[in-house]
Design a protein around this ligand. Structure first.
Ligand code: FES
Length: 146
């Protein structure tokens, strides 16, 4: 094998080895769980995950329900119950996050603050978060999707 052929062969091998790693490093990180949303049951509820997933992550976000995005948390005073809200802030539409240490949903854009039940605590938002019916069936989290 000639020197030039050898260097070409090594270069292609190195590229094949490192390209997938480089592409993986450059891809955006997922902040959401890969939740599997089930079909709507006869009562209009859809499963968006399990209590174990919720306990591990502190909040579950699904964007795949027919009603749009849904953010689910455990009820602070009773972790065996769940609360589901539309995470879209009524001020300008940023997505709120649950902050357990503050016992509130906080909007990252202009710091509006909402109680666990979605009620407005501090503006500039002027309306509460929209609530959805949610319940646990065993360890499965169900949200009313319509
Ligand atoms: S968008 Fe949430 S406070 Fe402005």
């Amino acid at each position: 094998m000639k020197r030039r052929e050898f260097l070409t062969w090594v270069g292609i091998g190195g590229l094949a080895t490192y390209l997938p790693v480089a592409l993986a490093a450059c891809s955006p990180q997922k902040t959401e769980l890969p939740l599997t949303v089930s079909a709507t049951n006869s009562e209009g509820y859809q499963s968006i995950g399990t209590l174990d997933q919720l306990t591990e992550k502190g909040q579950l976000l699904s964007k795949e329900l027919a009603i749009g995005s849904v953010l689910v948390i455990q009820k602070p005073d009773n972790p065996q119950e769940v609360i589901a809200v539309n995470p879209s802030c009524p001020h300008a539409g940023c997505s709120v996050n649950w902050k357990a240490d503050q016992n509130a949903f906080i909007c990252p854009c202009h710091d509006s603050k909402f109680a666990a039940d979605g009620q407005l605590l501090e503006g500039p938002a002027e309306e509460p978060l929209k609530r959805y019916e949610a319940k646990l069936e065993g360890k499965t989290i169900l949200v009313k999707a319509g």
